[in-house]
Design a protein around this ligand. Structure first.
Ligand code: PLP
Length: 388
């Protein structure tokens, strides 16, 4: 029971006291070490789209573990080939190359390196309130000062423009810019959806200046927003697509997707020992098959619409705004969100925040209609009656 109140945690950077020790799950339901049942409304920040112990993913991992657990990336692997084919099959034909890694931040690092190398330029333009990870390159693109400051100096050459501000974007991106890095929906930054005008302007300015455009879909990717990839909504194609979180059903993975043309301009090398390892690829095949077969994008769209219907009716003296796409929803309160999260936990619902005042909902996409309705009802009660 590491992390239980009477025993300090051995994990670096974790407080000794953690309120919950979770031991198992099924779909969107989790159980703690005392047998108490919770409905998961946060899906491990989006990594758990397919649920806590997806049977298809579990079977694929078990079969692969009995076959071949590791393989140097210098060797061909049928399971890696199949995974890459499946992933590329879901994307427009301009994408034809994938660098596999183990996390979102690594996917971003690879994107930055590819852009700098392929363009021979160094400037990276990202957005205020954006989040791209915590390794030094990705952190340099991340906006929040308290995440950055203790680790300065960060990587030079990064600038931030206000999200959805077309003029600022056009002023910042020039012919020294290697990369324009944007989230189609800012998740950690408070669930802010990009305007169509902003993303279209990003494509135009990147084309005009020769900068590469990357969409960080680590959180929005793979059916979360009601499309397989959020960019499909706007029909604006990036040069580089960054994926991670739920791509392999909760097994660590990162993917930096780009085109053969950009690969041809890449100089230098980039590598990861575990990137594209057979276990993650086997899990990824099962996860993509499941996502397509179970039409999870449509499910996210439908359950998201149900949520908006309910949450838009919450009293305006308690909430400022409801934002989001599909099953990535932010409810901005007029007060701090922490007491609301605690009240939800008491009622058996685990939600997360996005900043001090935003309740963020990104449940497993497999959450049952009943559990989702119960979660929304609990939120309505907690927000509206102030009973916390
Ligand atoms: C948009 C975005 N990019 C990158 C990351 C970093 O991913 P990871 O925690 O897997 O390194 C996150 C994590 O929340 C994210 O939301």
């Amino acid at each position: 029971m590491t992390g239980s109140p009477d025993r300090p945690s051995a994990e670096f950077g974790r407080s000794a006291h953690r309120s919950l020790t979770l031991v198992r799950g099924e779909g969107a339901v989790l159980w703690d070490d005392r047998g108490r049942r919770y409905i998961d409304l946060g899906a491990s920040h989006g990594a758990g789209s397919l649920g806590a112990a997806n049977a298809d993913v579990a079977a694929a991992i078990a079969a692969q573990a009995r076959t071949l657990v590791y393989l140097g990336s210098g060797y061909a692997s049928p399971v890696r080939t199949e995974f890459l084919e499946k992933l590329l099959h879901l994307l427009p034909p301009s994408f034809g190359r994938v660098f596999l890694s183990n996390s979102g931040t690594e996917a971003v690092e690879a994107g930055i390196k590819i852009a700098r190398s392929a363009t021979g330029r160094r400037k990276v333009v990202a957005a205020m309130r954006g989040f791209h990870g915590r390794t030094m390159g990705a952190l340099s693109a991340t906006w929040r000062r308290e995440l950055r400051e203790p680790f300065e100096p960060l990587v030079p050459g990064f600038e931030h423009v206000p999200f959805n501000d077309v003029n600022a974007l056009e002023a910042a991106v020039d012919d020294t810019t290697a990369l324009l890095l944007l989230e189609p929906v800012q998740g950690e930054g408070g669930v802010h959806v990009a305007s169509e005008e902003f993303l279209r302007a990003a494509r135009v300015v990147a084309d005009r200046t020769g900068a590469l455009l990357a969409f960080d879909e680590v959180q929005t990717g793979v059916a979360r927003t009601g499309r397989m990839f959020a960019f499909e909504r706007w029909n604006v194609l990036p040069d580089i697509l960054l994926l991670a979180k739920s791509l392999a059903g909760g097994v660590p993975i990162g993917a930096t997707v780009t085109s053969p043309e950009i690969e041809a301009r890449f100089r230098g090398s980039h590598h990861s020992t575990f990137g594209g390892n057979p276990l993650a690829c086997a899990a990824g095949i099962a996860a993509l098959d499941f996502t397509v077969r179970e039409r999870l994008a449509e499910r996210a769209e439908r359950l998201g619409a149900i949520a908006r219907e309910k949450l838009d009716r919450l009293p305006r003296d308690r909430i400022r705004e409801v934002r989001g796409l599909g099953l990535l929803i932010g409810v901005e309160l007029r007060e701090k969100v922490a007491p609301c999260l605690a009240a939800l936990e008491e009622r058996g619902f685990l939600a997360i925040s996005a900043g001090a005042t935003v309740l963020r909902l990104l449940p497993p996409l497999v959450i049952t209609d009943q559990d989702w309705a119960a979660g929304l009802e609990a939120i309505a009660e907690v927000v509206a009656d102030g009973s916390r």
